[in-house]
Design a protein around this ligand. Structure first.
Ligand SMILES: Cc1cc2nc3c(=O)[nH]c(=O)nc-3n(C[C@H](O)[C@H](O)[C@H](O)COP(=O)(O)O)c2cc1C
Length: 174
């Protein structure tokens, strides 16, 4: 699938078929993660790909924003210590979240291109998720991405008008 086509047609999915993911999709997620750019090439983020149904049930208990029964959940984790060591203060304060956002987009588009639906989820109990997936001290869960084969067609997207969010050459120039 063409990247722009994936960007245009992807919508958040919140109900999934009870069907697991093929190993090639997991490989593609791993490639998306490790190919994602990061400031100073610091690559400080960590990602836990959860497919074990018991683990997903535990995560769901502590994630009110997580809808449906996804086949997999990717836990995107920041690592402040590695960010500081590898990228410096700007990476530790800001860029680690920018880096993670880019990686999240890569995972969303890659999985969508394989026919999966997905949804980013921020509404979860960070301490509980940290414990469930066994994250060590400095590594914090920041975002979940749920995914699976969609059970329903996605709802329509409401987008801001281009002229409201995009300027050309100078702010406010349409
Ligand atoms: C950082 C972030 C956090 C989000 N957290 C949640 C969440 O906790 N629960 C949820 O159902 N959707 C969540 N979403 C999905 C948004 O509601 C959704 O992306 C937005 O409504 C736009 O719809 P679309 O993804 O179909 O384009 C989140 C999205 C982002 C980018």
């Amino acid at each position: 699938m063409d990247v722009l086509e994936a960007i245009r047609s992807r919508r958040s999915t919140r109900s999934f078929e009870p069907r697991g993911l093929e190993p090639e999709i997991i490989n593609a997620i791993e490639t998306a993660i490790t190919s994602s750019p990061s400031g100073s090439n610091a690559q400080e983020s960590h990602f836990v790909i959860v497919q074990d149904p018991a683990q997903i049930r535990r995560i769901k208990r502590f994630a009110p924003g997580l809808s449906g029964d996804p086949a997999a959940v990717v836990v995107l984790c920041s690592n402040r210590r590695d960010a500081l060591e590898r990228g410096g203060a700007d990476t530790a304060e800001v860029l680690r979240f920018v880096n993670m956002g880019i990686a999240a987009a890569y995972v969303l588009l890659t999985t969508f291109s394989f026919g999966l639906g997905n949804c980013p989820v921020r509404s979860f109990h960070r301490g509980a998720i940290k414990e469930i997936v066994g994250l060590p001290g400095d590594i914090e869960p920041e975002l979940l991405i749920t995914m699976g084969y969609p059970a329903e067609p996605p709802r329509l997207k409401t987008s801001m008008p281009m002229t409201e969010v995009i300027s050309h050459d100078h702010f406010g120039h349409r």
